[in-house]
Design a protein around this ligand. Structure first.
Ligand code: TYD
Ligand code: MG
Length: 469
């Protein structure tokens, strides 16, 4: 009898080793190894194993079905792609199950009307009921619990099929019988395969189950959503292994204390990775917010120092957000620098630019920066916002509440143009801003009058001069 081979796998990244290790040499996690049976033989291919010329391959497989929730569709790149596999990660209780239940209800609804109108279309693989259903597999909640949630969301349909099951082979059999138009797995950490002996939730189980589901998705052309939990560090458990397998990785983020939630793309084989979708969690479920700028502006304190509004781009969409700085004298030795929502090193760099080029001395000052609403802004267009809020807080001079800024700042204190200036200004004009301080190059390129007073600036000193009204 052949000996069963076991390996030790890092539960954080999937690195495997023949013996137990205290620290993972790949991702650096401590005490993360556990013993697992070696993975079974790899799955077969999708059946397209012969080399073929590109021109002979029939395109159009990437047919998109809009879900019907605009914010969700945009994040996916314009709708759900047949046969794609989508991972949605997020903290427990953030609303992943709610979001997907609402999405499922929308898909079912649009399929019902589609099937009615296109009954003769050849694309329908099953002419009768099959395509209209969506399979919702729950390994966490009982059907009664899901029913309770559905009642709260006023969702009811014969075509949403619930399956409380955790064995992946059974799930795939059920899906093959049902031929649904989509499958939701809530959550991938509870799913296991018979082929491995390790516990559900271990890296081996997650990878094998996800691989089987991917195989099912590609072969049957049915899109599959996987819900994934997030570890304390904020990564989807078993992250690297899953991120390679799936087509799209979305994160559902938000602060439990705030009602709004952001759906963000981390990876998308079928679209841009810069898009965000904004939702608000209400008593009747998640509501789409099609104008997030207004939301982020609604609680802004007026005429206080250290607060600036910047115009940033999230994918194709301009977004106005408030940036706050607090500059106060250091009480113990080393000055503290903290930034939330913007890159910490960027803040340090801009503080150095302010010291050197504008003679604003922050050596004995603690500096805290925060983006309101829990947003993260990584583009350099936020530089001008960081500069102006620090200066405003340092000098205790409020910035005119009807002024917005954007622009990149270089190491020699120069202000550089950023992309999509006009889109940003239009959004600002729409929300009711009156004045914009922007890079000179952006100002010169503007063609249309947007109803804003535009001030083009060349360097940090210009910025500081212009924010003091
Ligand atoms: P849930 O979707 O169960 O989160 P997850 O699947 O990510 O763990 O959402 C749970 C939270 O959402 C819970 O705290 C209650 C809240 N909620 C509402 O505020 N309104 C609603 O209509 C629903 C269904 C949930
Ligand atoms: Mg859930």
């Amino acid at each position: 009898m052949s000996k069963i081979k076991t390996v030790f796998q890092c539960q954080a990244c999937g690195y495997s080793s023949p013996k137990w290790l205290g620290k993972c040499p790949d991702c650096g996690a401590w005490n993360s190894f556990s013993e697992e049976k070696q993975s079974p033989k790899p799955l077969k291919s999708f059946g397209l194993s012969e080399p073929q010329p590109l021109s002979k391959i029939v395109g159009g497989r990437e047919k998109r079905i809009p879900i019907g929730i605009q914010e969700f569709d945009r994040v996916l790149g314009g709708g759900l792609v047949n046969g794609s596999i989508i991972l949605i990660g997020g903290d427990p209780g953030i609303g992943k199950s709610t979001l997907l239940l609402q999405a499922v209800a929308k898909i079912v609804k649009s399929q019902e009307s589609r099937v009615k109108s296109q009954i003769s279309e050849t694309k329908l693989r099953t002419p009768n009921s099959g395509l209209r259903t969506v399979l919702y597999v729950s390994g966490e909640e009982s059907p009664e619990q899901i029913k309770l949630r559905a009642e709260r969301l006023s969702i009811d349909s014969d075509n949403i099929i619930l399956l409380p099951e955790t064995l992946v082979e059974n799930i795939i059999n059920a899906a093959n019988d049902l031929k649904p138009s989509a499958v939701v797995i809530d959550s991938i950490q509870t799913i296991y395969t018979e082929e491995l002996t390790s516990a559900p939730g271990s890296v081996g189980q997650i990878r094998e189950s996800a691989a089987k589901l991917m195989f099912f998705a590609k072969r049957s052309d049915v899109p599959v959503f996987l819900i994934g939990h997030v570890t304390k560090e904020g990564a989807i458990a078993g992250p690297r292994v899953l991120e390679h397998i799936v087509d799209t990785v979305l994160y559902f983020e938000g602060d439990r204390g705030h009602p709004y939630r952001i759906l963000r793309t981390m990876k998308n084989r079928f679209g841009s990775t810069n898009e965000i979708g904004v939702f608000e969690m209400t008593d009747e479920g998640l509501m789409e917010i099609s104008n997030p700028s207004e939301l982020f502006m609604s609680e802004r304190p007026l005429n206080v120092s250290g607060s600036t509004v910047i115009a940033t781009m999230e994918g194709t969409r301009p977004l106005l957000v408030e940036m706050q700085a607090l500059v106060s004298p250091t009480t113990f030795g080393m000055p503290r620098r903290t930034s939330m929502g913007v890159d910490f090193n960027r803040v340090n760099l801009l503080i150095a630019v302010l010291e050197k080029k504008a003679e604003i001395h922050l050596g004995g000052m603690d500096v805290f920066i925060n983006i309101v609403g829990g947003l993260k802004i990584l583009e350099p267009a936020a530089d001008m916002g960081i500069i102006s809020s620090i200066v405003s807080s340092f000098r205790e001079v409020p910035i005119d509440p009807k002024t917005i800024l954007f622009g990149e700042v270089g190491l020699s204190g120069e202000v550089r143009a950023v992309a999509q200036g006009e889109a940003r200004l239009k959004e600002a004009a729409k929300i009711g801003f009156k004045k914009a301080i922007i890079p000179k190059n952006n100002a010169e390129r503007l063609k249309n009058d947007l109803g804003l007073t535009i001030i083009g600036v060349k360097n940090v000193e210009d910025v500081i001069e212009n924010i003091r009204i």
